[in-house]
Write a protein that binds this ligand. Structure first.
Ligand SMILES: [Zn+2]
Ligand SMILES: [Zn+2]
Length: 252
């Protein structure tokens, strides 16, 4: 299919979804999680179901089996990651996982709306001290996705999340050509642990980087991608790198 044909079919598909969504709204608002009638796109029960571990590493976010006084996991105590801290809203499971998949793959309007609402509700918990009072000096940088994948999906969730965060915090979003990826880059998730560790993602830095950066992403799986990206950013002049993600997968 040509690019314009892909564009038209995506446009029609989105119009159809928008129509369905508006119809649902007219019939009464429903929770995107349990589909029960609700005042908001996420009812209180479904919102409360989005959780983080009781004790988790304050650097990489991984759950700690035993509370430690340092609040660091063994990995982060041994080797400090290239980013200062990962801040995330919930574990990659249940409704949060479903919405992320529906938003990214199916571009379902109610899932996108649920993620937007979730981000707005949970961000009030965002401890601004994670940036040590210097939040104003940070720039939001959506995790780059390969152009080929963007054309295929016609949708970029990290950019959407960064725009939402920008609205709430007043922080600027980096321009979309600042860091790019080649047309096709193999997905981290499809690689084995060893392949992931050996592989270097070919980020292209096309302009001077801001001094302080908050990477914005939707899922952190092993933390390897964030670590590599933060390393590249620091090698290219960024002084402080913090990561923000909607969700984090916890090792089973
Ligand atoms: Zn619900
Ligand atoms: Zn850790």
């Amino acid at each position: 299919m040509t690019d314009s044909a892909t564009g038209i079919s995506l446009f029609l598909q989105r119009q159809k979804q928008r129509g369905q969504y508006q119809l649902n709204r007219l019939l009464g608002r429903r929770c995107a999680g349990c589909y029960r009638a609700s005042q908001s796109s996420i009812c209180a029960t479904c919102l409360a179901s989005i959780k983080k571990p009781r004790d988790y590493c304050q650097v990489c976010g991984v759950g700690l089996s035993a509370p430690s006084s340092t609040l660091r996991c063994r990995n982060c105590l041994t080797l400090r990651p290239a980013y200062e801290r990962l801040y995330y809203l919930g574990n990659y499971e249940g409704h949060l996982r479903e919405w992320i998949i529906s938003a990214k793959i199916g571009q379902r309007a109610e899932a996108i709306e649920a993620l937007r609402v979730l981000q707005r509700e949970k961000i009030t918990e965002w401890d601004m001290t994670i940036c040590q009072g210097e939040i104003d000096n940070f720039t939001l940088l959506p995790m780059p996705i390969p152009k080929g994948r963007f054309m295929q999906r016609g949708f970029n969730l990290p950019v959407l999340l960064a725009l939402g965060l920008s609205k709430m915090t007043g922080l600027p979003v980096a321009h979309n050509r600042l860091v790019t990826l080649p047309w096709h880059t193999q997905k981290q998730a499809r690689l084995s642990k060893k392949q992931r560790q050996q592989r270097r993602i070919p980020y292209q830095i096309n302009d001077t980087l801001p001094k302080n950066i908050i990477i914005v992403d939707d899922v952190v799986t092993t933390g390897q991608t964030i670590e590599q990206f933060a390393t590249v950013l620091r090698e290219n002049g960024a002084k402080r790198v913090i990561a923000y993600s909607l969700s984090r997968r916890q090792p089973s």
